[in-house]
Write a protein that binds this ligand. Structure first.
Ligand code: THU
Length: 138
């Protein structure tokens, strides 16, 4: 893909993730997060964090997007990119639970773009880079 096309795609994913963060249910942390997952046919599936007063039940934005995609019948490993956005930090860093889920549901070379309020701090990872030595088989 040409770099201008890739940049345009990332801009689109960021707009989707910003919109997703607006839907976050985060009364306990007041830390909204949005995720935008690009499918093989160019659609975008949004996810946001959904908290609960029983804190451990919280679902992160990344897992919300991935679980929604799988629930809609999309194939693990078929996704083209995942962008995560959190407005209250310079750059978001996905939690360990989400990294483990990404390793299983994203191709290892799938781009994971992490964005916060400082665009200069944006980090470009692949799913495989986010969890070296991951537990993947038994
Ligand atoms: N959170 C996410 O949704 N994604 C991340 O990458 C980090 C943390 C959520 C979980 C919780 O609702 C809030 O942010 C504070 O931890």
């Amino acid at each position: 893909m040409r770099s201008e096309d890739w940049q345009a795609l990332q801009d689109r994913l960021l707009q989707e993730a910003i919109a997703a963060a607006d839907s976050a249910w985060c009364p306990h942390s007041e830390f909204p997060v949005g995720a935008a997952l690009l499918t093989a046919d160019g659609k975008v599936i949004r996810g946001c964090n959904v908290e609960n007063v029983s804190y451990g039940l919280t679902n992160c934005a990344e897992r919300s997007a991935l679980f929604s995609a799988i629930s809609q019948g999309l194939a693990p490993g078929s996704f083209k990119a995942l962008l995560v956005y959190a407005p209250k930090v310079p750059v978001i860093s996905p939690c360990g639970a989400c990294r483990q889920v990404m390793v299983e549901l994203l191709a290892q070379d799938c781009p994971v773009i992490c964005v916060g309020h400082d665009s200069a701090a944006t980090r470009h990872w692949t799913a495989g880079q986010l969890l070296p030595g991951a537990f993947i088989e038994f």
